[in-house]
Design a protein around this ligand. Structure first.
Ligand SMILES: Cc1cc2nc3c(=O)[nH]c(=O)nc-3n(C[C@H](O)[C@H](O)[C@H](O)COP(=O)(O)O)c2cc1C
Length: 164
């Protein structure tokens, strides 16, 4: 249990303090994301790193469940090459790696779902000028946390079946 605390401590953080995230940490988050497994090692991802306040506010305007972007200093949009058969799984793995890294770099973050909401995907593609052939899987709102939440495992043995 204790050895896996680095996983269990990741929680969705939706409040942030007014402090920018250092460039070095942003790069570490991206390295963690790109270390994710992907089908045939295709790595079909692309990341849009947003710190421009005007864009963060625009994203908060158009995403009903992303109002914390009015406060967050950083958002990373994880996009996938839609020609890759498993782009959704690949980009989801990258997103989870990124969020685990954030929690372990004293940052807070929350996954903001975009795909498969086609209308929202189109709006975000336009705001972020995402290149043709790529779609936004989701975004992570990130920053130094303005709230704390307890680590949890949610382990439920009723959800497990053994074939021994
Ligand atoms: C695919 C996906 C989409 C999500 N979309 C949102 C979202 O739009 N806004 C939000 O505040 N949280 C969003 N979340 C975060 C979940 O609400 C959160 O992970 C869940 O309540 C469990 O809490 P925890 O992350 O603290 O363990 C999303 C999570 C996933 C995996």
């Amino acid at each position: 249990m204790e050895r896996l605390h680095w996983i269990f401590k990741r929680r969705s953080i939706r409040r942030f303090v007014d402090r920018p995230v250092e460039k070095e940490k942003v790069e570490l988050l991206l390295k963690a994301a790109m270390a994710a497994p992907s089908a045939s090692n295709r790595q079909p991802w692309r990341f849009v790193v947003i710190t421009r306040r005007e864009l963060l506010n625009k994203l908060a305007d158009i995403h009903r469940y992303a109002k914390m972007l009015y406060e967050a200093p950083l958002c990373i949009c994880v996009c996938g090459n839609t020609e890759a058969k498993h782009w959704v799984q690949d980009c989801s793995a990258a997103m989870e790696n990124l969020l685990l890294a954030a929690a372990n770099l004293d940052l807070g973050g929350v996954w903001l779902g975009v795909h498969p909401n086609a209308e929202l995907e189109a709006a975000i593609k336009e705001v972020l000028e995402i290149p043709a052939g790529y779609a936004p899987l989701g975004m992570a709102a990130l920053g130094y946390p303005g709230e704390t939440k307890p680590a949890q495992t949610r382990y439920d043995e009723d959800k497990v079946e053994y074939r021994e």
